[in-house]
Ligand binder design. Structure first.
Ligand code: ADP
Ligand code: MG
Length: 255
């Protein structure tokens, strides 16, 4: 799979259809209903949300408020069951499974709630893994993995095994693994070991640096609102709906 292509190469009509640039991500009256054995559950309802290129947005809310469902929709991992989602103006319903996969790989880095590092593999090997799965050459995988480890400040730790490192380094390695394909959007689901832990300053500062210096759009999910110290915008979810959406000037955010 060629990671160097752009969205207009795979979906040519999108380049010409819009006179003005659409938002990077746009949810319109989006809902997510999960069918369960005993019935169904609405994880999200009627969510209207635009995320612009270059933003650092925190999604906060109590457990079960729909944060993971939201971030999975933004990253094209799951589709809304009502309303719509457009990525760079492209309606997600119009995408084939291959196009969806290509867009995910080309544009998104996803840091899941559990970092899931392989204990028997070095940090470099762990970070290289997504590219290995895509069949890239070992040399290209190693170079990209080392670059990603340097970006998160773990350039000296590539040879170490996960068990030799603490929880903050694990978090950073999870972020490095998401950065290895050079994404323009980083989606981070809960960047702390336990959901009650506040976002640690090291990770908050790292995400802020990736956003301001490397121009990566960041969407960070946390259960508590400690992330608002680093993000420019805090979207609060409650019961699957957006309760508040607060932006503040870049000058007041911590660096
Ligand atoms: P949060 O990340 O804020 O804790 P989630 O987005 O994981 O919340 O979940 C929102 C609601 O949707 C919860 O009530 C959860 O039980 C339900 N839910 C999430 N994923 C599934 C699923 N795969 N199947 C059924 N229900 C789900
Ligand atoms: Mg969650």
């Amino acid at each position: 799979m060629n990671l160097d292509l752009d969205i207009s190469d795979i979906l040519p009509s999108t380049a010409t259809r819009h006179h003005t640039r659409p938002p990077l991500m746009r949810l319109t009256c989006a809902g997510k209903r999960y069918d369960q054995g005993s019935g169904s559950r609405d994880a999200l309802h009627s969510v209207d949300l635009d995320i612009q290129r270059g933003e650092f947005a925190a999604i906060v809310g109590p457990s079960g408020s729909g944060k993971s469902a939201l971030i999975k929709m933004l990253g094209l991992l799951e589709a809304p069951t009502s309303g719509g989602y457009r990525f760079q103006g492209v309606p997600e319903q119009s995408l084939s499974a291959d196009q969806r996969l290509w867009l995910r790989r080309r544009f998104f880095g996803f840091v899941p709630q559990e970092f899931n590092l392989l204990r028997s593999t070095s940090l470099l090997g762990n970070v290289a893994l997504p590219l290995m799965y895509r069949g890239l050459s070992a040399e290209r995988c190693q170079t990209a993995a080392m670059r990603a480890l340097c970006l998160v400040g773990l350039g000296d730790c590539g040879h170490k095994m996960p068990d030799e490192l603490g929880s903050i380094a694990h978090g950073k390695a999870g972020i490095a693994r998401a950065l290895v394909s050079n994404p323009s959007v980083l989606l981070v689901d809960q960047a702390s070991r336990t959901s009650d832990q506040p976002l640690c300053a090291d990770i908050g500062t790292l995400l802020r640096t990736l956003n301001t210096e490397h121009l990566i759009t960041v969407v960070l999910v946390t259960r508590n609102d400690s992330a608002s110290a680093w993000a420019q915008r805090t979207v609060s979810l409650n019961g699957g709906a957006v309760e508040r959406d607060i932006r503040r000037s870049a000058a007041s955010a911590l660096h």
